[in-house]
Design a protein around this ligand. Sequence first.
Ligand code: PMP
Ligand code: GLN
Length: 381
Amino acid sequence: MIHFRSKLPKTETTIFTVMSALATEYNAINLSQGFPDFDSPPQLIDLVGSFMKQGKNQYAPMAGLLILRNQIAEKVELLYNTSYDPETEITITAGGTQAIFTAIAATIIPGDEVIIFEPAYDSYAPSIKLLGGLVKPFELVPPDYKIDWDMVKKLISSRTRMIILNSPQNPTGVILDEEDIKQLISITKGTDILILSDEVYEHLVYDDRQHLSMARYPELKERSFVTVSFGKLFHTTGWKLGYCLAPEILMNEFRKVHQFLVFSVNTPMQYAIAEFLKNTGYYTELNSFFQQKRDYFRDLMQQTRFELLPCYGSYFQCASIKNITEEKDIDFVQRLTKEHQVAAIPASAFYNRGNDYGIVRFCFAKKQETLEKAVNLLAKV
Ligand code: PMP
Ligand code: GLN
């Protein structure tokens, strides 16, 4: 028998995998793992097929197709009024997760401290730990999950290497506002602290609010990796494609890792996305498409005993279960899946210490009929 030391002894299979498997086993409606149950634009699918038939099936350049990087540069300029050089400051990745891991791997050395805001997407902490970094979680609490920047300041030390932000945030749907940005600029000014800004839900911001990308602010842009996922943009989570924006000095380091982690990513899809992105209306109208879903789901949920928290962005709706049960959130979602045939995610899974505030997360990126069927079942809980 061989002996070895686990690099992540406390890490278990992700909650998304666990809950989706349970949903399948119990034939439940799956509002747990975040993915749409509707298709991506047919024109985009046709483009992929057409580029495959044209023989675009070999390695793409390491940083991604230049025509796609050009389109992304135009998109970023249009949305955030800033420019990234497609040659040196944009890299196409295998989804947001790889971009996040690569940015961490390129910059974190053993002993570096990284601040994350919990509840946090579950890939951050293990990625930091794998690289020998130390996770410094800042715990946000319901219902508003507001960041107390004076307290954040106390977490910062001479070893703080990076702050990871995620706006709109998964799972809370909370977004950064101008005051947060002001504080962030002030906290990082004169330091070498890097920012990893996970902006995969950049287009899913509601009620006429604006997404405040790090790219908009020169003082933040110069120290930021901005990571984005095409999975959220085109309802294609299974394609695992995304990109990273960063100033050249940071992108140089990013590419040193990227080239040996994946080298390059899916070629025909890059061609198809480059072509499809020329239609700027598609992404500028995406928020109203998802806002309708959010509003519809929230309205339907009024007939249940779940108490809804605010949702300003993302495709997740958090709800308190305190009117329903005193069970642990993880026990509740398992029972919900098995007995009521609706799967959700327990918010405690997004905290390092498993903080349980009796909050569960539903994904509303679903067809109207799916939401109706799910809420009919949730109304009986
Ligand atoms: N960050 C957040 C906050 C996410 O919710 C997700 C996935 N849904 C990702 C990153 C990863 O994106 P991808 O599937 O493109 O790797
Ligand atoms: N980001 C998705 C979610 O939050 C799932 C991603 C995954 O399954 N790894 O549900």
